[in-house]
Design a protein around this ligand. Structure first.
Ligand code: NDP
Length: 399
């Protein structure tokens, strides 16, 4: 059916590549392109021989001209951006120049300010409309599946949704004293930022980790979780009509938070460049270099993740509660695709989102967040491609 250009060759990209190869009727051909071509070649080596044809290429996606040249050579039907958020705009520019559809899993963040928001990418809406191409933003798990869950809840479970609590639990244990489950730089920038939640039409800011709750997660048990700012709050606040409150909670162990506090206190999480023996280095980038590569956690991680959304609202004049979630097992993921569950839960939805565009089910000119599309075919595909969801009408609520 189509050809995808996958940019990036890290933890998430590896899962996207595996999953495209499991779906060769849709992904007849893929090109894996990244800064370090050896990583692309290693993926090709592992997966070639199946029905999906695989090629590789070197690209510096910070340079729009390089991405344009690559797209012109490969002629893909869609670009799946699973590099880093810093490359979102250069890749979107290249898609505009070549009129090719675009999908990513994380919103743009300038390298020098730890602030992520959609405004930069939403600014492309008119240009994508005029070019007749589709951009799907934030199509990992959170953001991504959390938006699809919300569209599904609104379509099938509620007349009005009043509150959404997004709960992201990782009960995995990799055996290291401290490591992050995806790109350490992006992860630490996210969790050391101020928290925020949406209530009564506005965002309320909190100190980092100021709001803590304990939640008894299905199939995982009691975990400490903390309120964070998260990308999908911004789009769901606009796209879910009548919404009164949206919060996002993520679990962290005491050990993780203690290490992070020390690293912060000694200045290792700073993104301000410092002078070191005649070189300028960014402490957080140096820290990334000494921490375990998230891709190396796969064989060591045991336990499960549980990510989902609790909704409250009204159906047929009555108050209703609804919790929908996915539980994913790190070891099962590793057995299937050689990655832990964090990369898995991000890579599977990215492949499904690209499939939605290639099969024209999510094809409309413009720039969209996932909750703006029909959730039904995506929900079916989650069950088919390794992220089955469960639901309950009697969840424990978060106070
Ligand atoms: P990794 O650091 O493992 O991989 C990033 C890849 O991008 C690497 O292969 C890297 O190349 C490549 N890359 C970086 N800069 C460039 C560039 N200028 N040009 C070309 N390639 C480049 O990250 P992850 O796989 O863990 O994460 C990928 C994305 O997924 C991130 O944007 C992250 O925020 C997002 N994510 C989204 C989640 C969600 O649920 N929505 C959850 C988790 C992650 P090199 O190997 O040379 O460094």
């Amino acid at each position: 059916m189509g050809k995808a250009l996958i940019i990036g060759a890290g933890g998430v990209a590896s899962v996207v590549v595996h999953k495209c190869c499991q779906n060769p009727d849709v992904f007849e051909e893929i090109c894996i392109a990244s800064r370090t071509v050896a990583k692309c070649d290693a993926l090709k080596e592992k997966l070639q021989g199946g029905k999906t044809k695989i090629t590789t290429a070197q690209v510096d996606a910070d340079k729009t001209e390089e991405v344009i040249a690559l797209i012109e050579k490969v002629k893909p039907d869609i670009v799946i951006n699973v590099a880093l958020p810093y490359q979102d705009l250069t890749i979107m520019d290249a898609c505009l120049a070549t009129k090719v559809d675009y999908l990513d899993t994380a919103n743009y963040e300038p390298l020098d300010t730890a602030k992520f928001e959609y405004k930069w990418q939403w600014d492309y809406k008119e240009r994508f409309e005029k070019a007749g191409i589709t951009a799907v933003l934030g199509c990992g798990f959170d953001p991504g599946v959390t938006g699809v869950f919300s569209a599904y809840a609104l379509k099938h479970q509620f007349d009005e949704i009043h509150t959404i609590d997004i709960l992201d639990a990782n009960a995995g244990d990799h055996g290291y004293p401290f490591a992050t489950n995806f790109n350490p730089e992006i992860n630490i920038r996210e969790v050391t930022a101020n928290g925020s939640y949406f209530e009564d039409g506005k965002f309320i800011e909190t100190e980092p980790m100021e709001i803590k709750r304990v939640y008894n997660f299905p199939e995982i048990g009691d975990k400490d979780m903390y309120l964070l700012h998260h990308e999908e709050l911004e789009s769901l606040a606009i796209n879910i009509p009548g919404i009164k409150r949206i919060r996002f909670f993520m679990t962290f162990s005491e050990r993780y938070l203690t290490h992070l506090k020390v690293l912060e206190n000694v200045g290792m999480t700073s993104i301000e460049p410092i002078e070191y023996e005649g070189h300028k280095i960014v402490p957080l980038q140096f820290l990334k270099a000494v921490l375990p590569d998230p891709a190396s956690l796969g064989p060591r991680t045991k336990g499960k993740t549980n990510i989902g959304c609790i909704y409250t609202g009204i159906k047929d004049g009555k108050e209703k509660q609804y919790y929908i979630y996915n539980v994913c097992d790190h070891e099962e993921c590793y057995k299937e695709v050689g990655s832990q569950a964090i990369s898995y839960t991000t890579g599977v939805p990215a492949m499904i989102g690209a499939m939605m565009v290639l099969t024209k089910q999510w094809k409309k000119p413009g720039v969209y967040n996932v909750e703006e599309f029909n959730p039904d075919p995506f929900m079916d595909a989650l069950n088919k491609f390794g992220l089955p969801w469960k639901e309950t009408l009697t969840p424990e609520l978060v106070d």
